[in-house]
Design a protein around this ligand. Structure first.
Ligand code: FAQ
Length: 322
């Protein structure tokens, strides 16, 4: 592809240069001029995403000590570690926009920051590890692959690495469900029950319907978001239907059918009242998730202090040597 030449800032002014870079599918980098609202939108979205990864470690962390075999335990530990890594890439990307890690973490533990609604649901059975991988990581991939082309360079590049790992996570979730579906009647029932509980919250992960999504239009114009919430939900359902058939599970929506005329899936109504309640902090596990994060933050204080002291001594040593 030939990239059209970009006029300099003096020629066009900073705003025009920014608009031109975005229009030409080029990347905005940390030192480039950007509109203040673009910077704030990115900090909002990237930090919410980072928090989601970090809080998202908890529902699965719950099963590390109880995984049914050593192999399953090792895989689950690696997955949860990957989520910590995703959080770190994303916090680092957000830091390039002028917010500190401490500020973001403080917003999270003060309960002022949002994170994905999905992580406020409980994980009572082993099949939930399968359903999270298949449905939650599946939704995450649908939502996040387009973000690899986000106009902000550090975000898009972080997303490329994250998506590679998410796709592995989705397959391991699928494989857990497949194994259960090939097992005893009790195991099949456990897998179906987990799919029943995670299906609707996973659809809601994509965010409110397009006509109630205040940020979408501007974010799409800036090429941060590439598709609307409803379009991504459609893609996701289109991906799930054939996979559900292979698994032998039923998607718990009696109204779900493909409409050949519109080329879209007709589906039942998502419970948006429940979604907004969860986002407002009143979901089944919101309080528990935040308390666990606060406790972990306090328990980790000595590590942060030790690291800061080590860095101070290293800097001093270098100064003396110089
Ligand atoms: N939960 O105008 P929109 C993962 C809020 S990571 C809570 O449509 P936007 C990996 C939204 O923030 C999952 N709040 O907003 C994993 C906004 O409020 P604000 C996280 C939600 O930003 C797997 C308001 O509603 N992924 O799963 C949610 O244009 C397994 C209006 O909404 C990302 O963060 C929600 N579900 O679109 C880890 C991806 N949806 O901020 C562990 C990046 C909406 O104005 C285990 N983010 N809201 O006060 C995005 O793509 C977008 O931010 C959306 C929302 C699509 C989430």
């Amino acid at each position: 592809m030939t990239v059209p030449p970009v006029t300099t800032a003096e020629d066009l002014g900073a705003q025009a240069l920014f608009d031109e870079l975005v229009a030409n599918e080029q990347r905005i980098e940390p030192r480039d001029w950007m509109p203040e609202a673009y910077r704030r939108t990115l900090i909002r979205q990237i930090s919410q995403h980072a928090h989601s990864e970090i809080i998202g470690m908890q529902p699965e962390g719950n099963w590390i000590t109880r995984a049914p075999s050593l192999k399953r335990k090792a895989i689950l530990m690696a997955k949860v570690q990957d989520e910590a890594g995703h959080g770190l890439y994303l916090y680092s990307a957000a830091q390039t926009l002028g917010i500190t890690r401490d500020e973001m973490m403080q917003q999270l533990i003060d309960g002022k920051a949002k994170y994905s609604s999905i992580f406020n649901y409980p994980t009572p059975t082993w099949a939930d590890m399968g359903a999270i991988g298949w449905l939650v990581d599946g939704a995450a991939i649908c939502n996040q692959v387009p973000l690899c082309r986000a106009s902000y360079g550090p975000y898009g590049r972080a997303m490329v690495r994250i998506c590679k790992e998410e796709s592995f996570h989705q397959r391991q979730g699928f494989e857990i469900l497949l194994t259960l579906m090939q097992g005893s009647e009790e195991q099949r029932a456990m897998a179906q029950d987990a799919v029943n509980r995670w299906y609707w919250p996973a659809l809601a992960m994509f965010g409110p319907p397009d006509d109630q999504s205040p940020n979408s239009a501007q974010s799409m114009q800036w090429k941060i978001k590439r598709f609307s919430n409803d379009d991504l939900r459609q893609r996701f359902v289109g991906m799930l239907v054939p996979q559900a058939e292979i698994l032998g599970v039923t998607l718990p929506d009696p109204e779900l059918r493909y409409d050949a005329e519109t080329g879209r899936y007709a589906m039942g109504e998502i419970d948006w009242d429940e979604f907004f309640e969860v986002v407002r902090g009143n979901g089944p596990c919101n309080a528990e998730r935040l308390q666990r994060r606060r406790d972990a933050h306090e328990e980790g204080a000595w590590v942060r202090e030790a690291a800061a002291e080590y860095a101070r001594k290293q800097a001093l040593r270098q100064e003396v040597a110089a």
